[in-house]
Structure formats: C-alpha cells, structure tokens
Ligand binder design. Structure first.
Ligand code: MG
Length: 307
C-alpha cells in the first residue's frame, strides 16, 4: 500500500508503522539555502544549535534560533561531524585528509591523519561509540577532484572503514571490502553497525546500499550483509532512532527502514539529501542537509544517540 500523509503530501507511507513515526500535520521546513553542497549535520543540545558543512565553500555553518552564521571558515573542506561522549565536536576533513576534535578552548586536535604511515583518502562520516572509540569511513571524494578537497592519489590502496581509539591512538581497519564507504551509524544497543556504500556515484551499476554488521564486545565486525538498496539516488548519510529504525538520505528525501529491513516510508525533500541528524530539545526533529539547503521536519521518533 502506498498512500500519502502530511499536509503537503510530503510523507509517503508504505507500512502502517510509519504512521506512528511521523507527524501528519508537520511539514518540511526550509531553514537555510545558499550552500554549494551541504552535509555533515550535528546538533548541540547544550546550545540548541546545529552545525553543518558546506564542503565546496570550505566552511562550516551554524543554525541557531533561526539565524545562520559561519561557524568555521577555511574548514579544510569538512564533511561529516559528530560529538564524542564529552560533547566535543569531531570532524572529518577532506582537504586535510584527517579527523579532528575541537576542544572546549577552540583548539583543534588531530585525532588521525594516516594509516600505517600513509595518508588517509578523505574521511567522510564519523560516529563515536559509547566506549569513546571513533568510527569513520574513508572514501576518495575529497581527492577525486578539487571541488570537495584536493586532487591526489590514494596512498594505502583501499577505501576502508576505520575504528580509532583516541586514548591509545590505535587505528584499525574494521572493514576493507567497500567501494566507497560513506554514512555510518550504530543501532541503539550498538550491537549493529550500519555502513553505506555509495560506489554508485562513480559507476553506472555501482553500489547504492546499506550494509549491516554485527559488533562484538571487542569492537570486531562480522556479517556485513546487504541491509537495503536505496533508490533513487544514494544513501550517503543515515541515523537511527531509539526504536532502531534507520533514517537514511536518498535522492528524493529521507527514507525510513525498520530494523527488519522493511522500508516503512519516506519524507520527500525538494533537493537530493546528503545527510540528516536528530535534534531539537526533544531530539524529535530531523535536520536534513540537502544539496544547497538545510531543512527540518518534526517526527514522532527520537534520535537514539545523545551526542
Ligand atoms: Mg557522506
């Protein structure tokens, strides 16, 4: 069954469970436009503001109380952002090919910029596990052209998913069999890790899917089976709600999958979506980075991770 709900037919329902995850009279609200490629949203509950990246414009923006300002200029073509368990901003930088942490005093600490003595490609998206380890993906988008970084060769010969322990500096490649690993998120109990492959961006028949791994107590991955093929477009970024539903970006909006892999519905967005995050004081508002703009919509779900 497909039917639409919502005041502007922006919500498509494929499974009745989605009626309980969305708000029928909530609409997709455009908060800002003027980016070249918006991505990497992260919400700061302590200040009720959102930070995100405008990668080609080489800056980070902040939405607060309806006002948008520059959060960081010359941001090394930043992309994915999250917060660690101490609330510090963690950022993937295409241009500098590294993952950084912004300290409370504003100084920037490089968490990692090489693997076995070789440069990373261009870290794309990142999540911090409850044990403090930093998990990130390393596709080549920041070195394929000068648009989102600087043209360069990959050095270590792959595009891996990494786990970094900032307390020891130990960096481990936890998955090596991706074409272009991208969005990354844990299930609420962290027993599952969802990782996107956007190989389809540079191959006609390339990957546009989400894979699901099991995570053991030592942080090792097993499985990695196909979880969902996302269409139209690519999955890119994704987040998980408290019930374990997976909310992912797509070419026509935000799609929602149940933990059993059933696509429950979608929220249409006027521009192709790169990423999203749960925010607002109740973590029930999805902030959506979509090409040139930032959108938001209230839903009847709550983000799993309290960043
Ligand atoms: Mg991405």
């Amino acid at each position: 069954m497909t039917r639409t709900s919502g005041i502007r037919d922006e919500i498509e329902i494929y499974d009745e469970r989605f009626l309980y995850l969305t708000v029928g009279n909530a609409w997709v609200d455009k908060l800002y436009t003027g980016a070249l490629w918006a991505e990497g949203p992260v919400y700061f509950a302590d200040g009720d503001y959102l930070v995100w990246s405008d990668i080609p414009n080489n800056r980070m923006l902040r939405w607060a109380g309806g006002h948008v300002s520059v959060f960081r200029d010359f941001a090394n073509n930043s992309n994915g952002n999250t917060r660690d368990r101490q609330g510090r901003l963690v950022t993937c930088e295409h241009g500098a090919r590294r993952v950084t942490r912004t300290e409370p005093d504003g100084s920037i600490t490089v968490l990692v910029d090489q693997f076995q003595g070789k440069k990373l490609n261009s870290p794309n998206d990142v999540v911090v596990k409850s044990d403090g380890t930093v998990w990130f993906t390393d596709p080549p988008y920041g070195i394929l052209s000068d648009y989102e970084g600087h043209v360069a060769e990959g050095e270590y010969g792959g595009c891996y998913v990494f786990r970094l322990d900032p307390s020891t500096g130990n960096l481990e490649a936890v998955a090596k069999d991706f074409n272009k690993p991208n969005g990354i998120a844990f299930s609420p109990d962290e027993s599952k890790l969802y990782v996107v492959d956007t190989g389809g961006s540079h191959a006609m028949a390339g990957e546009h899917h989400i894979r699901a791994f099991s995570v053991d107590q030592q942080g090792r991955l097993t499985g990695g089976e196909l979880f969902a093929e996302v269409s139209p477009g690519l999955a890119d970024g994704l987040r998980v709600d408290q019930q374990g539903n997976i909310w992912t970006s797509a070419g026509d909006g935000v799609h929602c999958y149940a933990p059993d892999g059933v696509r429950l519905g979608k929220i249409r967005v006027p521009e192709p979506v790169s990423n999203l995050t749960f925010g607002g004081p109740k973590r029930n508002r999805i902030f959506i980075t979509a090409t040139t703009s930032l959108y938001a919509v209230y839903v009847a779900a709550t983000g799993a991770q309290r960043p």
